[in-house]
Design a protein around this ligand. Structure first.
Ligand code: SF4
Length: 205
């Protein structure tokens, strides 16, 4: 299933500065919508394809480029490749304009990406892809950047991310914003793409 929002992204959430979805400080975008329905997914609120926040891709790129001290961007979700055309445009445009790196999480496996023709179209624009469904039975909360051990790290493009497997570690990030809202990001007991828990919406703060 590929969704068409024209030149708009359907966005679930943005964290302009995060450190746990790829190397360094990254601008992280969760795209809304996923039909892969992995058992145990902790981001089920991101399955629906109903518009959440529609943001024009040029506007999003301009906003990202305001952050001059980031190491790169990360796309996750939801399933970014169910908004493949805009995802490809953003990865390629950002990489060209910034000189920084790109990371893409996708629930599709390498062989599925080849079949879908996404592999050929994306390989030039991603420095690192993290591929494969979250597998509840292979869950491992000690892996850096991944939620289950079947998921693969594939290093690509022009070497902007060193080809070194990261040291495994369980990472969790707590963000307190200017309105004192608290968000917990990461893989405390979570699914693949990183749990995004808004404690305020759950009534804890
Ligand atoms: S873990 Fe990722 S790919 Fe799997 S259902 Fe959840 S959002 Fe989709």
């Amino acid at each position: 299933m590929r969704q068409d929002y024209g030149e708009y992204f359907n966005v679930a959430h943005i964290e302009p500065e995060s450190h746990i979805y790829g190397p360094g400080k990254r601008y992280v975008i969760w795209l809304q919508g996923c039909s892969l329905a992995c058992k145990g997914c902790w981001n089920q609120q991101m399955w629906s394809f109903e518009p959440e926040q529609l943001i024009h891709r040029e506007q999003l790129l301009d906003e990202i480029l305001q952050y001059r001290d980031i190491d790169g961007i990360t796309l996750l979700g939801g399933e970014p490749l169910q908004q493949a055309q805009n995802a490809r445009w953003l990865l390629s445009s950002f990489r060209r304009s910034s000189g920084c790196s790109t990371v893409l999480y996708t629930g599709f496996t390498y062989s599925e990406l080849v079949k879908r023709n996404d592999w050929a179209l994306l390989r030039e624009h991603c420095d690192l892809m993290i591929t494969g469904r979250y597998s509840y039975s292979l869950r491992n909360t000690n892996l850096r950047w991944r939620g289950s051990s079947n998921q693969e790290l594939i290093y690509l493009a022009g070497g902007r991310i060193p080809l070194e497997p990261p040291e495994d570690a369980n990472e969790v990030e707590v963000i307190i914003d200017e309105n004192a809202a608290i968000r917990v990001l990461g893989y405390p007991d979570s699914g693949f793409f990183g749990t995004l828990i808004d404690l305020e919406s759950l009534g804890f703060v």
